[in-house]
Design a protein around this ligand. Structure first.
Ligand SMILES: C[S@@+](CC[C@H](N)C(=O)[O-])C[C@H]1O[C@@H](n2cnc3c(N)ncnc32)[C@H](O)[C@@H]1O
Length: 364
C-alpha cells in the first residue's frame, strides 16, 4: 500500500467485487488467503449480489492483509478495496453533505473519485444516478479540502452504492488494485471476429500478460496452436497480431479466418494432436473436466511443445475454488529445460462458469 494517506489505518475490512453468483467462491478464496497470512476475520456475503465483505477486527492483522493483497494474485475478486465506513439512510437533498461528513479527516488528497454499484441487473439501474451525482460530489469534496492530485499513486476514493440511500466509502491503491471502474475492463466486440468468446482471449492478454510479455509472445511470425478452435474467435485474436495458427477442431472454422492464409485447420482430437515442431503459444478453450485440461497443458509445457499457454478451466457447479486449486496444482513450475514459469489465473469479466489461466516463461 502506498503510504499517501493515513486514512488506510481507519479501514476495518475489505470490500470485494466479483461476478454475481460467485460470492461463495470468492469467500472461500479470501478465507484461504487470510488463513495463509494468519489474519483472523470473517466473510459476509449475499448470494447473487456481486460483492462481499471481509471483516477484520484486529488493526494489526488488517494492516498485514492490506499490505499483502494484490489484485493480480486473486482469482475470483474483480477488485478489492479498503473499507472506510458505511452510510445508510442518505437523505435525498443532503447526500453530498452527509458523505463529506463521513470522510475521514486524514483523507486530504485522492487521485480519482469513482462512483460504483454492483454488477447485477438491480445494480445497473444505479448507473445514471452515479453519473449525475459525480459532479456535485466532486465539487463538494474540493470545497471541503479534499484535493484531486495528479500523482497517480495517491489513493482512489470509491463510493459503492447498494441503492441511492446506502453507500460504502472505500479506498484503493492504484498500484495493487484493478485500474478499471468496478474492476471491469470494458472491451468492444471487434468487427469481423466470428464469436463473442474472442473477448475472453483479448481480456486475458490485457489482464494476465504484462506489456513486455505481450510484445514478446504476440508478435508477427510467432507460431501457435488453438485446441478447440471453432468457429475461430480465439484464433482471430492471434491472426490479428500476425501469428501463424494451427486450429484444431472437428467443427468448421469461419471462412474469413481461413482466407487470412495464416491458419491451418486440423480436424483432429485436441487431446491427441501434437505439433511437428514446438510452438510459441498454446491456447485452449475445449469444454472438458478442468483436471483433464490442466494435465494436457502440463504435458505440452513439460515436453517443450510450447513456450507458453493460455487456457480456460471450466468450473463445476460447486466447490469451484477447490477445482481451481486442484487445476493449478497440476501445472508445472518449470519448463522442459528447468526454467521457471509464472502461473496466473483469474475469472475474467468475459468468463462465465470458468477461469482463465496463463502459464508463461519469466522474462529476465
Ligand atoms: C467453447 S468452443 C470454442 C470457441 C472458440 N474458442 C472461439 O472463440 O470461437 C469449444 C470448442 O471445442 C471443441 N472441442 C471439444 N472437444 C474437443 C476435442 N477433444 N478436440 C478438438 N476440439 C474439441 C468443440 O468442437 C468446440 O468447437
Amino acid at each position: 500500500m502506498t503510504d499517501h494517506s493515513t486514512s488506510w489505518t481507519t479501514c476495518d475490512g475489505i470490500l470485494f467485487y466479483c461476478r454475481a453468483g460467485f460470492e461463495k467462491d470468492c469467500a472461500a478464496e479470501i478465507s484461504h488467503r487470510a488463513g495463509e497470512l494468519a489474519v483472523p476475520g470473517y466473510c459476509q456475503a449475499q448470494s447473487n449480489s456481486g460483492f462481499l465483505h471481509f471483516h477484520v477486527v484486529d488493526p494489526e492483522a488488517m494492516a498485514r492483509l492490506l499490505r499483502a493483497l494484490d489484485w493480480r494474485d486473486l482469482v475470483f475478486p474483480r477488485q478489492w478495496l479498503g473499507r472506510l465506513r458505511r452510510i445508510e439512510g442518505l437523505s435525498e437533498g443532503r447526500r453530498v453533505e452527509e458523505i463529506l461528513d463521513a470522510l475521514p479527516s486524514e483523507l486530504t488528497a485522492i487521485s480519482q473519485l469513482l462512483l460504483e454499484y454492483p454488477d447485477t441487473n438491480a445494480g445497473k439501474s444505479l448507473s445514471r444516478f452515479c453519473r449525475r451525482f459525480h459532479r456535485p460530489l466532486s465539487a463538494g469534496m474540493q470545497h471541503a479540502g479534499v484535493r484531486m492530485t495528479p500523482d497517480s499513486r495517491a489513493p482512489r476514493l470509491h463510493l459503492f452504492f447498494e441503492d441511492s440511500g446506502a453507500v460504502e466509502l472505500a479506498l484503493s491503491d492504484p498500484e495493487r488494485c484493478a485500474s478499471w471502474p468496478q474492476g471491469i475492463p470494458r472491451l468492444r466486440m471487434p468487427r469481423g471476429a466470428p464469436s463473442r468468446s474472442t473477448l475472453k482471449l483479448e481480456e486475458a492478454f490485457l489482464v494476465l500478460l504484462q506489456p513486455r510479455e505481450r510484445s514478446a509472445l504476440l508478435r508477427p511470425g510467432a507460431t501457435a496452436v488453438d485446441l478447440g478452435a471453432a468457429p475461430g474467435g480465439w484464433t482471430w485474436q492471434l491472426i490479428q497480431r500476425g501469428l501463424q495458427v494451427t486450429a484444431v477442431d472437428n467443427g468448421p472454422m469461419h471462412e474469413e479466418i481461413m482466407a487470412s492464409g495464416l491458419v491451418d485447420h486440423r480436424r483432429e482430437d485436441g487431446f491427441r494432436y501434437r505439433p511437428t515442431r514446438p510452438v510459441d503459444l498454446l491456447i485452449c478453450d475445449m469444454v472438458e473436466q478442468p483436471s483433464r485440461i490442466a494435465d494436457l497443458m502440463a504435458r505440452w509445457l513439460q515436453q517443450g511443445l510450447c513456450r507458453a499457454a493460455v487456457f480456460n478451466l471450466k468450473l463445476p457447479m460447486k466447490q469451484r475454488f477447490r477445482a481451481v486449486q486442484d487445476g493449478l496444482k497440476r501445472l508445472p513450475a518449470a519448463d522442459s529445460r528447468g526454467r521457471p514459469l509464472a502461473i496466473r489465473c483469474r475469472q475474467l469479466y468475459h468468463d462465465r462458469d470458468e477461469v482463465t489461466v496463463a502459464v508463461l516463461p519469466i522474462l529476465s
